[in-house]
Design a protein around this ligand. Structure first.
Ligand SMILES: [Zn+2]
Length: 260
């Protein structure tokens, strides 16, 4: 009786173990079917696996079956950090009538945040020098700025993008730059203004504050003088270009070479 009972319990345990292995295998197959390179960090990948297993996503060790956990919980959504340029620090460029770069940046950033959230991302809207930048782990960090309101003549129009190319996320950052450049140009029709990519952009301070594995880019969405009409009159197009760029990167979509 004793022996029968224990051998039956051993059989039950073996069957449970086998079922567990099959379940994990199925979940991994699901995740790797939808996964594309550069889409998720290992931690986020675990989140996807955990979601497929219907488990909490903190860590493999802490994971325990909780059938009621929703796979699309906010904490499991991929995080994007969004710096609203100059916010909490200074005005940035200022136009003669008082329009500030910081205000234009913030209007765009709020629209980008809403658009990305509508596409399943979690977004943290950050100040220029935000404590949350330190060690930030995210699918991407994007900083939104604009160029001068001075009249520099007819060529001072267009946008530019620079990425964190000296960190551990060099390749991912250049993919992010390619996506942002391509999608922003499509959405706005603005030209790429290569000549005015400065060290303030290529060596942007936030690149070195975030976690070294987090891809990052800074975009100057236009010149406040010549591009003011689209920047303030059609900010939804400006925001859409950035939203499309982040989605392009996160989904590993193909990109055309930027038009000079
Ligand atoms: Zn700026």
């Amino acid at each position: 009786m004793q022996r029968n009972s224990s051998s039956s319990s051993l059989l039950t345990q073996s069957l449970r173990h086998f079922a567990g292995v099959v379940l994990v295998g199925m979940a991994l197959a699901t995740v790797f079917t939808i996964w594309t390179p550069g889409q998720f960090s290992p931690a986020e990948l675990w989140g996807q696996i955990a979601a497929a297993l219907d488990m909490p996503g903190e860590s493999p060790v802490a994971a325990a079956p909780t059938p009621t956990a929703a796979p699309t919980a906010v904490a499991d959504q991929p995080l994007v950090g969004l710096v609203s340029g100059h916010k909490g620090n200074d005005a940035g460029a200022v136009c003669p009538d008082g329009l500030t770069e910081a205000a234009v940046n913030l209007d765009i950033a709020i629209r980008v945040k809403a658009g990305l959230e509508a596409n399943g991302f979690r977004v943290e809207l950050l100040d220029e020098f935000d404590k949350r930048l330190e060690g930030l782990r995210a699918v991407a960090l994007i900083s939104i700025h604009n160029d001068s309101c001075e009249d520099y003549g007819p060529t001072a129009t267009g946008f530019k993008v620079a990425g964190a190319l000296e960190t551990g996320a060099r390749e991912k950052s250049s993919q992010l730059v390619a996506c942002l450049t391509d999608r922003y140009q499509s959405a706005t029709g603005l030209t790429y203004h290569q000549d005015t990519v400065t060290r303030d952009m290529t060596e942007y301070h936030s690149f070195y504050e975030i976690n070294g594995e987090t891809p990052a880019a800074i975009i100057e969405t236009g010149f406040l003088f010549l591009d003011r009409a689209i920047l303030t009159g059609q900010p939804e197009r400006v925001a859409q270009g950035i939203i499309d760029g982040v989605i392009c990167y996160a989904r590993g979509e193909p990109v055309q070479a930027p038009t000079p």
